[in-house]
Design a protein around this ligand. Structure first.
Ligand SMILES: [Zn+2]
Ligand SMILES: [Zn+2]
Length: 105
């Protein structure tokens, strides 16, 4: 598996190794879009790809915004890049993805 380009900027992400915590995180150097900081290399990479999945449906607003996933206060969420829609409060990226999918259905 290789790292997808950032869904928002089309640039290649950077892999960051946090020495203190032993975690790896993939992050966009332009917009700070990021995957999960995780000690398992494969999970760090797959989580980046989960938040940059071009197959996620667009928001059903006038802008047809793309999902932007984020982590805040230890919980994952999504927001629409085209309007003020926010859905937050999931323990995992998978949960946030499911929340987005429900919201745009
Ligand atoms: Zn980006
Ligand atoms: Zn929207």
């Amino acid at each position: 598996m290789s790292a997808l380009p950032c869904l928002h900027c089309s640039v290649a992400p950077e892999r960051r190794h946090q020495v203190e915590s032993g975690r790896v995180m993939w992050i966009c150097p332009v917009c700070n879009n990021r995957g999960e900081a995780h000690p398992v290399e494969a999970r760090a990479l797959s989580s980046w790809n989960l938040v940059n999945d071009a197959d996620m449906p667009a928001h059903t607003c006038k802008a047809n915004g793309v999902a932007r996933f984020f982590s805040s206060g230890g919980q994952w969420g999504s927001r629409c890049a085209g309007c003020d829609f926010v859905d937050h409060g999931y323990a995992t990226i998978e949960g946030a993805r499911a929340g987005w999918a429900r919201a745009v259905r």
